[in-house]
Design a protein around this ligand. Structure first.
Ligand SMILES: Nc1ncnc2c1ncn2[C@@H]1O[C@H](COP(=O)(O)OP(=O)(O)O)[C@@H](O)[C@H]1O
Ligand SMILES: [Mg+2]
Length: 434
């Protein structure tokens, strides 16, 4: 062979390291040097194969996925990156938030925090002082986001959302906010108000949406109305049906919403909460100014993806936009097949979920057993030698991973600094104490 082919045959030969920019993660095991992670830097400086700043992390439970993410976020803060934890389903980001002086918000029955999915979110900030044109622009973004959200919420109850339903919901939202009647300042709406407008439709609404009469309207919108009703009267009542009571500082170094209290209500409740938060997260990146760098973390991403095709599409859209928004999207999951449970084999949802993998130029593969290792190797086209790193070397210690950065592979041990980082990382303390 020629020297050009050597790298293909022996993929794990120590070569020139990546530039020492970004978060110092730990040791590059092949060269013995330091390993720095800088997804946006890699994208901008044209590291071969790094076409976007997204990161996908796979690893067996307990191998250190969340730990790696936390250390990365913490160390990127020194460079001005802000972190948004889009739903902390195990409350494991709470110590990190507290370390940074922020109290995370917890959502659950009996807790005071309420999230209004139809909140203006960060886009509502300073609305009153916006010039008319900019307010109009923001309104268009907000309405688009709300529609997408309601589509997702309705879809999560396994109810299809037709173009006629969309017309109805858009009309209702315009009326309720006052946008339809040209109000300069919009009113905040809640899901019960939308549901109420569908349940007791005004004559004007029936006419505007071209239904023959009230009866026709009620029959045609029944499925959507009942799906939204689950948020108003069903087991999710009291969580997402009032105005937002928490005051989120969108400019803080980290923001996180703890969702572990929802666990008892089932995956659907967690999924709905994640859908609402996702919508907020999107709003947040939309107001980001140039140079405003963000890390958006979706730990246990499959919980949201399982809600159905709309949830998968929404994640897909976020990953595609990250390059433009200056945002590092991190998705963590146990194994690729978790992502594929979104639908039947060959369905649209599965096809999109498979593509998600390719929308993340950087993959971090922590230790896995042989079966999942084989699955990963097949999906990512790993050579046997590289695959063995995942099923062998990486399983021997927490935080060890094969980092696939574009076309290159690195064996990296993420280092946790004793006395400082371990307080942030310790998710095992609950087990040890009991
Ligand atoms: N780089 C690391 N070095 C040492 N210990 C780590 C490291 N990363 C994680 N851990 C420890 O491993 C345990 C499990 O890690 P965690 O990140 O919660 O795993 P996962 O998210 O993959 O389930 C935690 O108690 C954490 O303290
Ligand atoms: Mg975890």
């Amino acid at each position: 062979m020629t020297s050009e082919q050597v790298g293909g045959v022996w993929p794990l030969i120590a070569a020139d390291n990546l530039e020492p920019t970004g978060a110092l993660m730990g040791i590059d095991w092949l060269s013995g040097g330091a390993f720095y992670a800088d997804p946006i830097g890699w994208t901008l400086s044209g590291v071969p194969g790094v076409t976007n700043p997204n990161v996908m992390i796979f690893g067996a439970p307990g191998q250190g996925k969340s730990g790696t993410v936390k250390l990365f976020c913490l160390r990127m803060m020194a460079f001005g990156y802000r972190t948004l934890i889009l739903g902390d389903v195990k409350d494991e980001y709470e110590p990190l938030c507290r370390l940074l002086g922020l109290e995370p918000f917890a959502i659950g029955h009996g807790l005071p925090a309420r999230i209004n999915p139809l909140d203006f979110g960060p886009l509502g900030e300073g609305w009153r002082w916006l010039p008319a044109r900019q307010a109009k622009h923001r309104a268009a973004i907000v309405f688009g986001r709300w529609l997408l959200l309601i589509r997702g919420l309705v879809g999560s109850q396994h109810v299809p959302f037709s173009p006629s339903d969309e017309t109805v919901i858009a009309t209702v939202l315009r009326e309720l906010t006052g946008y339809g009647s040209g109000a300069s300042e919009l009113r905040e709406v809640t899901v019960p108000q939308v549901w109420g407008a569908l349940d007791e439709p005004a004559e004007a609404l029936v006419r505007e949406c071209r239904y023959q009469n009230r009866r026709h309207f009620l029959d045609a919108t029944r499925a959507v109305r009942d799906a939204l009703g689950a948020l108003v009267k069903g087991h999710l009542a009291g969580l997402f049906d009032e105005r937002t009571t928490v005051d989120i500082d969108w400019k803080a170094p980290i923001q996180s919403l703890s969702l572990s209290r929802l666990e008892a209500l089932g995956d659907e409740a967690v999924g709905v909460a994640l859908t609402c938060l996702n919508s907020w997260g999107r709003g947040m990146t939309q107001v980001a100014e140039p140079g405003d760098l963000r890390i958006v973390v979706r730990d246990e991403a499959w919980k949201q993806m399982r809600l159905g095709v709309d949830a998968v599409k929404s994640l897909d859209a976020d990953l595609r936009l990250s390059r433009r928004d200056g945002c590092v999207q991190i998705v963590a999951a146990h194994k690729p097949s978790d992502m594929l449970t979104v639908g039947d084999d060959g369905s649209q949802a599965v096809a999109i979920a498979k593509d998600l993998l390719h929308l993340c130029a950087t993959k971090v593969l922590l230790g896995q057993d042989e079966k999942v290792g084989a699955e990963l190797s097949a999906m990512l086209g790993l050579q046997p030698m590289t695959g063995h790193v995942v099923t062998g070397w990486a399983t021997a210690a927490k935080g060890r991973a094969l980092w696939l950065v574009g076309n290159r592979a690195f064996k990296v041990q993420t280092i946790c600094l004793p006395g400082f980082d371990d307080a942030v990382l310790d998710t095992n303390s609950a087990l040890v104490a009991s």
